[in-house]
Write a new protein. Structure first.
Length: 48
């Protein structure tokens, strides 16, 4: 939701701060996905 608001604000205003907020949220989401993947790999290895 915040990501969409930041992106929409950037599109409407061209405000670089809104774009930077959008990119920061995108990076956080990617980091969370990476951590989840690592956790899943570790769980799979422990099951063997």
């Amino acid at each position: 939701m915040i990501k969409k608001i930041a992106w929409d604000t950037f599109k409407k205003t061209g405000d670089i701060d809104a774009f930077l907020e959008y990119k920061q949220i995108e990076n956080i989401e990617n980091n969370i996905k990476e951590i989840q993947n690592i956790t899943n790999i570790n769980l799979q290895q422990n099951d063997k």
